[in-house]
Design a protein around this ligand. Structure first.
Ligand code: PEP
Length: 249
């Protein structure tokens, strides 16, 4: 049995004081969650968030990291920097990083290897654009993205990563993949992992992401392949995010 994992992706939202206010409101609401609960925040919020989530069931995540240990990479953050701030998860290869910041499957792989080596759990984002789905490329694309990201990991390491299947056309648009579409593509991702890493595929948690909210979470989470969600817009309000986290109530 895979333990579901629901993670918020705050993107470029919330100053440290706003972050503190949000997690302070969230803590009592999600205290009894049956799933793992993660908030992936801007790096400037780490200290404020960490201070209030310590001793609770909420874990801290980052939204990106560089693969080098240190050096002349202005504006970047290393895995060691994240670790020392109390970060346990890191989103890698989000479609916004791919679209606006030149992220490629090759650099997602480098980041994944560095994150795993440092003891961080990567949340690796894969997913097709609208025109790619319409052209029938979805399965081939998510297979390629997933296997490229994981290249160089052992099956034991692969078993512990989290994958987020995020159809790009569903992110921030209010459009959601149907429960069946999401389940089917996540099944394709799991089969791809099985073809290289065998039974580790049964342990990898694969989230759905793309306009997941309190209204549609139940149907998506009822699908057998879907092990959680990566939540953008609905993670910015404590009440909405808590309703997603408590999808089983
Ligand atoms: C995301 O950014 O990962 C995401 C899924 O955003 P939203 O929930 O707003 O579509």
């Amino acid at each position: 049995m895979r333990k579901p994992i629901i993670a918020g992706n705050w993107k470029m939202n919330k100053t440290p004081s706003e972050a503190k206010e949000l997690v302070t409101a969230l803590i009592p609401l999600v205290r009894d969650a049956a799933c793992d609960v993660v908030v992936c925040t801007p790096a400037v919020d780490f200290a404020a968030v960490k201070e209030v989530i310590d001793g609770t069931n909420i874990k801290l995540g980052a939204e990106n990291m560089h693969w080098k240990e240190s050096g002349a990479y202005t504006g970047e953050l290393s895995a060691a920097m994240l670790k020392e701030c109390g970060v346990e998860y890191v989103i890698l290869g989000h479609s916004e990083r791919r679209q606006y910041f030149g992220e490629t499957d090759a650099t997602v792989n480098l980041r994944t290897l560095a994150a795993v080596a440092a003891g961080l759990t990567p949340i690796i984002c894969v997913g097709e654009k609208k025109e790619e789905r319409e052209a029938g490329y979805t399965d081939a694309l998510v297979t390629y993205q997933t296997l490229t990201a994981l290249t160089g990991l052992t099956a034991e390491q692969v078993a512990k990563v989290v994958i987020a299947y995020e159809p790009v056309w569903a992110i921030g648009t209010g459009l959601t993949a149907t429960d069946e579409q999401a389940n089917e593509t996540i099944g394709v991702i799991r089969s791809a992992i099985r073809s290289v890493y065998g039974d580790a595929a049964d342990e990898v948690r694969i989230q759905y992401g793309g306009s997941m909210n309190p209204k549609n979470v139940k149907g998506l989470m009822a699908q057998p392949e879907i092990d959680g969600g990566l939540i953008g817009g609905a993670s910015l309000k404590a009440e909405d995010f808590s309703k997603v986290v408590l999808y089983d109530r």
